[in-house]
Design a protein around this ligand. Sequence first.
Ligand code: NAD
Length: 260
Amino acid sequence: MLKGRVAVVTGSTSGIGLAIARALAEQGADVVLNGFGDSAAIESIRRDIADAFGVRVEWDGADVSRPEEAAGLIRTAQDGFGSCDILVNNAGIQHTAPIEEFPAERWDAIIALNLSQAFHTVRAAIPTMYKNGWGRIVNVASIHGRVASINKAAYVSAKHGLVGLTKVVALEAAGRGVTCNAICPGWVLTPLIQKQVEIRAAEKKLTADEAMVDLLAEKQPSKQFVTPEQIGGLAAFLCSPAADQITGQELGIDGGWSAQ
Ligand code: NAD
């Protein structure tokens, strides 16, 4: 389905981004991986995807919270692979604290990565998508792009902003073969959430398993985690011909969280 397309997935050395990269590679796309981590582990991920799906896979360690590195990541794909047809803005971080205790530098870091990243990558990638008459932009937002929770001022603000940016880009690109959508997951058990489980376990004096159940029960009616693979499947669907007319949407994948 995606043979001959080039996908750039930010934050794809772990968690949701890695599953999206795998799902796109499974459909035949060449992939530029991005993110931090141990270089031997990243090389093993790179080789594993290339071997499993017979596609070209490269890694670029750009810090996409920095405007020039975010734009540089797109240039890497265009120069190295000849294109950036699919752009997935996934890299994100979290910090939780009541607003009066929220460190200003954490606010700045979260806005830079979880929101401004997408402005800089889309700005760099979309002219070539227009020229080619085809492009797919998938922004990994969150249920927190649709509703709020306490202690997440920066994250909720950034993700709401990302949903807004998604709609603007969708309107500007409408009719030009380029779609832009946001995926809004509920709880997914990745390193990002593991940290919140640990904080909850410590605060409420629970075991790790009890803290997970407690976390799910509070917000996610299915009481089951969304899996990274399910999000990969949704991202691949958004790149399929069936999704040609799906644009400007905030697609929930949240076990019913947003239905309440
Ligand atoms: P994760 O911590 O497992 O992965 C984050 C990835 O981003 C890693 O590859 C990391 O190396 C990379 N990264 C971090 N800072 C970076 C930077 N400055 N430049 C480039 N790469 C960077 O997190 P995850 O849970 O897989 O989250 C991925 C996305 O999904 C995030 O945007 C997050 O907000 C969103 N999300 C996660 C959940 C969840 O429950 N896990 C729910 C909703 C939305």
